[in-house]
Design a protein around this ligand. Structure first.
Ligand SMILES: NC(=O)c1ccc[n+]([C@@H]2O[C@H](COP(=O)([O-])OP(=O)(O)OC[C@H]3O[C@@H](n4cnc5c(N)ncnc54)[C@H](OP(=O)(O)O)[C@@H]3O)[C@@H](O)[C@H]2O)c1
Length: 398
């Protein structure tokens, strides 16, 4: 028997999937007890491509793939919400399993696709949509049976992490670090999705739905980019032992899912501190297990293909039903103290009731603590991740 696959998209990810299937056929056959074969590939501009094998149908018309009777799995490695969502819906309605790497589409359409998949008794794999090769979706699925996840913090975009790393290591301006990322192929010509936090937000929304059964409502989403961070700010906080990171945080408080994608300052005692360059990492806090951190390649041809192939192996597993948002455990999170740098006198004047000024650590720079979250009205309040005791005990500099 053969598992026949239609591959939508033959760019970085599509080619990675094709090559991985070819190169690891023996291993896949052993695991699945069936041969795995790509029988059709969809592209946009057919003139740019040649079929990798005579037996593979290369087309720019999805209808031709839809009409094939022997397809078992459709793998989506194209870009954007449409037509990908429509293609996957029609594939599911024909009884085909689907696997996607398309985070923008899945962040928007996951509900519809999963409901439809339930109705047609097929699976939706989406490991590749979040943090490339890091098996975060499988890890959370294993964890969510007994644990309640109280918080997730992640570096989910390799491009913005690369830029912040280079700004610190080589004292580059944002523009020069971005130009370097573009030269090395880590950033696109239009870097908005990465540096403004849209890409990280899509991934956070997908995690939120898996962990809490819902996406954050628009008023519970905060998204700030890294383009306005000055080289001098990076150097200044580096001297204080803090590293800027662009972090997505997802948590449940006051019966609502909250999601923030923003630049934060990370203490050396936090697992995200040593995550450098294009690496991604995710730090999970759960009520029984405690803390777990995963780190690895967040993008690229083979890391992403690895996530898709893992989905292929797990296709037969049923989508589990989890119990979400049990107040008693999630409530504990609300009372946790958070630490912040208040930078400039105007920041001090904005502090809400309950915020405690702990220490002046440099001229016009204070460590502040508060229970729960402190909404950032402007860039003069920056959250510190990790235990800030060291800062509260250090001597004032400058
Ligand atoms: N690259 C990564 O490391 C990575 C990691 C995780 C997830 N992803 C996600 O995976 C997907 C693919 O990324 P990629 O880097 O492989 O992109 P890519 O290199 O630009 O390749 C995209 C492929 O999709 C085809 N395509 C795009 N729109 C299409 C349409 N409307 N109809 C038919 N074919 C279409 C393109 O065809 P033509 O070649 O003819 O233009 C191309 O072959 C994206 O959703 C991305 O967000 C990528």
């Amino acid at each position: 028997m053969t598992i026949n696959i239609a591959l939508l998209g033959y760019g970085t990810v599509g080619k990675g999937v094709y090559r991985t299937i070819q190169q690891h056929q023996g291993r896949l056959q052993k695991l699945l007890s069936e041969e795995v074969k790509v029988v059709a590939i969809l592209v946009r501009d057919i003139k740019k491509h040649t079929a990798p094998d005579q037996s593979v149908m290369l087309t720019n018309q999805y209808e031709k793939i839809q009409q094939l009777e022997n397809i078992d799995v459709v793998i989506d490695a194209i870009v954007g919400i449409e037509p990908a969502a429509t293609y996957l819906q029609s594939a599911i309605e024909k009884g085909r399993h689907v696997i996607t790497a398309n985070k923008e589409m899945f962040a928007e359409k996951s509900n519809i696709l999963r409901e439809l998949a339930k109705k047609y008794h097929v699976s939706v794999g989406y490991e590749a949509t979040v943090a490339g090769g890091i098996p975060i979706i499988q890890t959370l699925k294993k964890l969510l049976n007994a644990n309640k996840v109280t918080k997730v913090e992640g570096i989910l975009n390799g491009t913005s992490n690369f830029i912040l790393t280079k700004m610190r290591e080589e004292q580059l301006s944002f523009d020069n670090a971005l130009a370097l990322a573009q030269k090395l192929g880590y950033a696109e010509a239009d870097p908005t999705n990465d540096v403004e936090g849209f890409d990280a937000y899509y991934k956070a929304a997908i995690l939120s739905e898996l962990i809490y059964g819902e996406k954050p409502k628009s008023e519970q989403i905060e998204r700030n980019g890294i383009a306005s961070i000055a080289k001098s700010d990076i150097t200044f906080f580096n001297e204080l032992g803090l590293r800027y990171k662009h972090v997505a945080t997802i948590e449940y408080a006051h019966s609502q899912v909250k999601c923030a994608v923003r630049p934060v300052l990370v203490e050396s005692n936090h697992p995200l501190y040593q995550v450098e360059g294009v690496q991604n990492a995710i730090h999970i806090e759960a009520d029984i297990v405690g803390s777990i951190s995963l780190q690895g390649p967040g993008a690229g041809m083979y890391p992403t293909a690895s996530a898709i192939i893992e989905d292929l192996i797990h296709l037969s597993e049923k989508d589990q039903e989890y119990t979400f948002n049990e107040e008693s455990t999630l409530d504990q999170q609300r009372s946790a103290k958070t630490s912040w740098i208040a930078y400039g006198r105007s920041a001090l004047q904005q502090l809400p009731e309950g915020a405690e000024i702990m220490k002046m650590i440099a001229n016009d720079t204070w460590v502040v603590e508060i229970e729960g979250d402190l909404r950032i009205e402007d860039a003069s309040l920056i959250q510190i991740l990790g235990d800030a005791t060291r800062l509260k005990e250090m001597k004032k500099i400058h």
